[in-house]
Every structure is written in C-alpha cells, then in structure tokens.
Design a protein around this ligand. Structure first.
Ligand SMILES: Nc1ncnc2c1ncn2[C@@H]1O[C@H](COP(=O)(O)OP(=O)(O)OP(=O)(O)O)[C@@H](O)[C@H]1O
Length: 261
C-alpha cells in the first residue's frame, strides 16, 4: 500500500516550470529516493510533500487522504517530518533541548498547565522526555545529549537533526541530502542509521541524495527527475539500466559513482 501518493504535480515559479506533471508512489515501509541532476526539481518536490510549496496542479495524498491544502505544521501532526540540506537546528542549544522543542507540536497541554505540579502537563512532559531519550539511545548520541549543538562535529550535527525528526515519531521521514558534506566514515554511520530507522522502527523514508553509491545501496525504489519531469521510476537496477537516466547524468560528477556497477 502507498503511504504517499504524488499525483501529477506541477509547480511553476513565475515563468519557470520546476515540476511538470510528476507522479510517483512511496510504499509503506520502504526507502524511496528522488534523484536527478542539479536543478532537476528534487528539493521543490520535497517541499511540495512537506507543504512548504503549494503546486498549481496535482495532489499529495498521505495514507489515501488528500493533504494538498494543509500547512506544513498540519502535515507534521499527520506524521511527516523532515531534515534539511543545511542543518536546521538551534545551534546555541543543547541536543536534548533541540529534540524536546521539536516534540512540542505533539503536546496537548499548554505552558500554564505544564507548570502545575503533577498536573496533566507534568505527566505529559515526563512522557515527552521518555520518547526523546529513547531516540537519543537509538541514534547513539547519549554522550552528547547535554552538549551545545554548534560545538559538535558536522556528522554528529546531521545525526542530531535526524534525531529531531525521529522524535516526532513520523510515518514518513523526508531526508534532504542526508550525506551532504560528510566524510566516508560519517556517511557509513548515517547509512546504517537510515537502514535501522527503516527496518527496526518501520519508518517510511523519502530521501534526496546525490551519492549514487548510497542511493543504490539503500533504496527500494527510485524516482528520477530531470528538468522537472519524471524520466524514470523503478528499482535501483531498473533505473540504472534506463538510457534516459544515463543520458541525463552524462557529464555529471555522479556518473562515476553508480554504486555496485
Ligand atoms: N523559490 C524559488 N523561486 C524560483 N525558482 C526556484 C525556487 N526554488 C527552486 N527554483 C528553481 O526550480 C528549479 C528546480 O530547483 P530545485 O532546487 O528543486 O532542484 P534540485 O533538483 O533540488 O537541485 P539541486 O540538486 O541543485 O539541489 C531550478 O531551476 C531552481 O532554480
């Protein structure tokens, strides 16, 4: 069953067509990648799914429900969480506080209630804390939980951002270039965590990634965009064998890194 269905999405920026009639489905429990050369429309697509952009035509369905008209925060409450190409964390705050703040979208009681000792707010706060600590353990960042995010190595900051998204207990996790700027060891760690999130927590993942080795290794399915159009969609092997995909990538630095060729 499809958790996410992107139906014939078209997005224009003034004269420019960033996405033209793009459709694809992301199966429940899968890891799905969107790839394509620079400017192909990948980030625009992710922004349409998260609700940052409203396409002029088409629809976004989550669990069969049309969410096209919903704001990003409403989609988050329905189970869509994301990470960003450039890390979006409060750099001056601790890891723990960043994760707790992320959770506030799910809290029912307000700040006043939260102040009442042993009131519903207090109990909820404890439950929130437990959920966040569980994610901290899962992503193995216990040792930095009280450190200020800005002082951490880049790879760890990316992992904290993943933790912040996971703390929202998403059904659909959107990852915008999770490997960007990482060294080989950091990439290996991140790839393992993405697999664990998918396999152990059952979270469906939709990611944009330029590292073809990673994409080919992790993804169950891949949608390829070029100049805003879908030019291929299938398993890694199917997509790799597609002449239109090879042509789109000619001259791109990624061509030499098509994973296990
Ligand atoms: N907010 C915007 N306003 C105007 N044009 C935009 C905007 N966002 C994206 N575009 C344009 O839409 C097209 C698709 O851009 P997008 O960022 O989605 O591509 P991408 O595949 O994510 O590229 P990259 O791999 O370089 O990140 C590009 O031509 C880009 O310049």
């Amino acid at each position: 069953m499809a958790l996410l269905e992107v139906r014939n999405v078209t997005l224009h920026f003034r004269g420019l067509t960033a996405l033209a009639d793009v459709r694809f489905s992301v199966e429940q429990g899968s890891i799905h990648a969107i790839i394509g050369p620079n400017g192909a429309g990948k980030t625009s697509m992710l922004n349409c799914v998260s609700g940052v952009y409203r396409p002029q035509r088409g629809a976004i369905l989550l669990d069969g429900k049309d969410v096209s008209g919903l704001a990003p925060s409403a989609r988050t409450r329905l189970g869509v969480a994301r990470t960003f190409q450039n890390i979006a964390l409060f750099k001056g705050m601790t890891v723990l506080d960043n994760l707790l703040i992320g959770r506030h979208v799910h809290q029912r009681t307000d700040v006043l209630m939260g102040g009442l000792y042993w009131g519903p707010g207090q109990r909820e706060e404890i439950a929130e804390r437990r959920r966040v600590e569980e994610v901290i353990d899962f992503l193995e960042i216990q040792h930095v939980r009280h450190q200020t995010v800005g002082t951490l190595a880049y790879g760890l900051q990316k992992r904290v951002e993943l933790a912040r998204a996971l703390a929202l207990e998403p059904k659909l996790l959107l990852l915008d270039e999770p490997m960007a700027g990482m060294n080989a060891e950091e990439k290996e760690d991140m790839a393992r965590f993405i697999l664990d999130v998918n396999e152990e927590r059952g979270t469906t993942v939709l990611m944009i990634e330029h590292d073809m080795g990673v994409v080919m290794d992790l993804s169950h399915r891949i949608t390829v965009l070029n100049f805003g159009e879908r030019i291929a969609d299938g398993t890694p092997d199917e997509v790799r064998a597609e002449p239109a995909v090879q042509a789109a990538y000619l001259g791109e630095p990624t061509t030499s890194a098509w994973g296990k060729a």
